[in-house]
Design a protein around this ligand. Structure first.
Ligand code: GLU
Length: 304
């Protein structure tokens, strides 16, 4: 398939709509001032073919897309079922930062992609090593380039992260977290503040379309079974309260972030990333979602 022409066509179809529809995340200044007039898309196939179009090399805040990679690290290092004794695998049906569900379910987050779940994963990473540094090392190795944390975004996340700290306190109260709340949310805020571009993210997710094998090194990042589980969680829980709509309309495992990025996987075929900062009412990139719909329509790719 000529993926470069397909991405160029999608870019041409999307660009006239830039600025019409959706709103850039506004809870911190560093995200609020990002221009919504940007769109990028990149992919890498399992056999190493790359294609990219639009603003695919402009770095953006990966935000909740980081949850895929922190989960991967925790799965790599956890023995047996120990991770899943603290974190569930069901879609939440509640906002990504909801406290109510966490209270009624006695401190066990529904899944690793809502904030509470990702905070519980960050706690595991602290117990298992140096959470912040280890994630950067993994991402650099997977994308083949150094990646960095935006210190301004990390600080703003901390300054405004009252709900996340509340979630962490709740879980600490129920015994879900082993480490100090301040240290756990610090790791979480920093992972949200990592900056990458579409090309880097598409490369980094390559192990998810290769049964867990590293996209360059050819060694396992996680096992094939674990990679299938990450994809299953992305499909069912990766796009906030729109996961049903994404499965219905796009049919690929996806994980989005409030920076406007969405990473998607076509198992055994390719990994891709779209980015456009304006978000729809569900918190997913408005034009990124549209671009993924166009991509599956033009390629016929789907997990179903
Ligand atoms: N930093 C955001 C938060 O934890 C991440 C939100 C997201 O991308 O879903 O509130």
């Amino acid at each position: 398939m000529d993926f470069q022409s397909i991405l160029d066509e999608i870019n041409e179809e999307i660009r006239p709509h830039l600025g019409s529809g959706g709103k850039v995340a506004s809870y911190i200044p560093a995200l609020a001032r990002v221009s919504p007039l940007q769109f990028g898309m990149a992919l890498r196939t399992c056999d190493g073919q790359e294609a990219a179009s639009g603003d695919s090399t402009v770095a953006f805040s990966i935000q909740s897309m980081s949850k895929v990679f922190s989960l991967t690290l925790a799965m790599q290092r956890s023995k047996g079922n120990e991770l899943w004794e603290r974190i569930g695998r069901e879609p939440s049906g509640s906002p990504f930062n909801s406290l109510v569900q966490l209270e009624s379910e006695r401190g066990i987050p529904r899944n690793p992609f809502i904030n509470a779940g990702a905070i519980a994963v960050a706690d595991r990473l602290i117990s298992q090593g140096d959470a912040k540094a280890d994630l950067l090392v993994l991402l650099a190795s997977l994308s083949g380039e150094a990646v960095a944390i935006d210190p301004e975004v990390a600080q703003s996340e901390a300054d405004t992260g009252f709900r996340n700290t509340a979630l962490a306190n709740f879980m600490k109260g129920f015994g879900t977290l082993d480490n100090e709340v301040a240290e756990v949310v610090d790791a979480y805020f920093h992972q949200c503040a990592i900056r990458m571009n579409c090309v880097q993210v598409a490369r980094a997710a390559g192990y998810l379309c290769r049964d867990g094998m590293h996209p360059y090194a050819g060694t396992p990042v996680i096992t094939g079974k674990q990679a299938r589980r990450v994809n299953a969680l992305m499909l069912t829980c990766g796009t906030y309260d729109a996961a049903g709509e994404f499965a219905f309309g796009i049919g690929l495992p996806c994980k989005s972030g409030v920076g406007g990025g969405i990473v998607a996987v076509v198992p055994d075929t390719l990994s891709l990333c779209v980015w456009s900062p304006a978000l729809d009412k569900t918190g997913n990139s408005h034009l990124g979602t549209r671009a993924l719909e166009l991509f599956v329509a033009k390629t016929g790719l789907s997990v179903f």
